[in-house]
Design a protein around this ligand. Sequence first.
Ligand code: NAD
Length: 427
Amino acid sequence: MIAIGVPAEGKDEPRVGITPETVKKLVKAGAKVTVRSGAGLRSHFSDQEYTDAGAAIAQSDADAVADADVVFTVRRPELSLAKAMKKGAALIGMLDPFSDAEGLDALAKTGVSLFAMELMPRITRAQSMDVLSSQSNLAGYKAVVDAAAAFERALPMMMTAAGTVPAARIFIMGVGVAGLQAIATARRLGAIVTATDVRPAVKEQVASLGAKFIAVEDEEFKQAETAGGYAKEMSEEYKKKQAALVADHVKNQDIVITTALIPGRPAPKLISKEMIESMRPGSIIVDLAAERGGNTELTKPGEIAQHKGVRIFGLLNLPGQVPVNASSLYARNLQAFIEPFIDKETKALAINWDDELAKGTGIARDGVIVNAMVAERLGGKGTGAAKADSKPARAARTPTKTGPAKQANGRKAPAKNGATPKEGKTT
Ligand code: NAD
């Protein structure tokens, strides 16, 4: 019988990797689940609810994971947690695979298998396991709600006997999962919404949500989407044209939400200091790319920066600010990932390392780093660097000190998905 253990997260992480709902489903699938006392409290899941769902409660993290075949976390845990786990057990979470490679290597050396959910291939079969989507969606929503709360004016147009309150203008830059939800949320709140992206495919999606699409639509724009559905780094010439368009547009906006990311690269700088100075005092920018360096020149990750009356929110972990939903979706992502690896007859853990989902997310096995890009970042020094799989996993979403992602052979890694999805992308 598979044993699943869930520790409490660190003090900065309100989310949790399992919910009473997923405990129930996993127990039904044959698992024995142990949850650290209080692990769900910041997402408002009590020990009693976990117990009612069929979980055992442990009084320490070490006790929660000691007998587990699989441990679910939200963030990369401390080394001590991996040391408390059985050798060969699987640690599954958002392990931030492309930062602090040495830290990851130390985790690997404990002999636990590491799976980074951020590396889930974006193929149809894995949609229910896609943590980037489930969390970005909530981030897009929360960005608009935060901006609306901080904005000292109303968002919808109001026609009153005392006169008309104009609708606020909200501009969404980058229309991926977060951007689409930001548009939908801003529209529901009654704002006039415009949006931009470098991928032509989003034009229709923007229009279908009732927003206006603006972009430099030249020949390069028509080719800006990779086979995997992601953005390419644009040429200097395109960036200049885009900057002129954005400069002209941004000065009339009340709120700007930026979400633009390029796999394996730092976030593109889309809003300059001058553009911020052109905005009216009281305007707000929420930069969802803050964790990757930010889309504006003045973003300070983790802070609210102020410049000439304009506030720039560089807040981190927005999904963690809606932890009830974020935990619920994340826990379902984990449940969907592990269930196919529970043997139907014996109910034991049976990870098929040839499965493309295990291959895509697997970083370490038997003390060896098996992800080529992590190995590359270790510069051949790490436990398994020499033995690393030569096939790259998809490129990093987290900024790296070493610049663009490279394969072990020194060439630039293909965007996002090292293993080309067999089933093609979906949206
Ligand atoms: P992302 O987080 O990588 O980037 C956010 C957005 O920023 C993207 O739309 C990108 O085009 C845009 N961007 C990049 N550079 C820009 C620039 N210079 N100017 C303006 N915009 C810029 O994107 P995401 O949310 O991960 O989504 C990317 C794609 O993946 C979308 O097509 C999405 O529908 C698709 N997707 C597929 C699956 C699946 O198949 N399971 C799941 C989720 C998303």
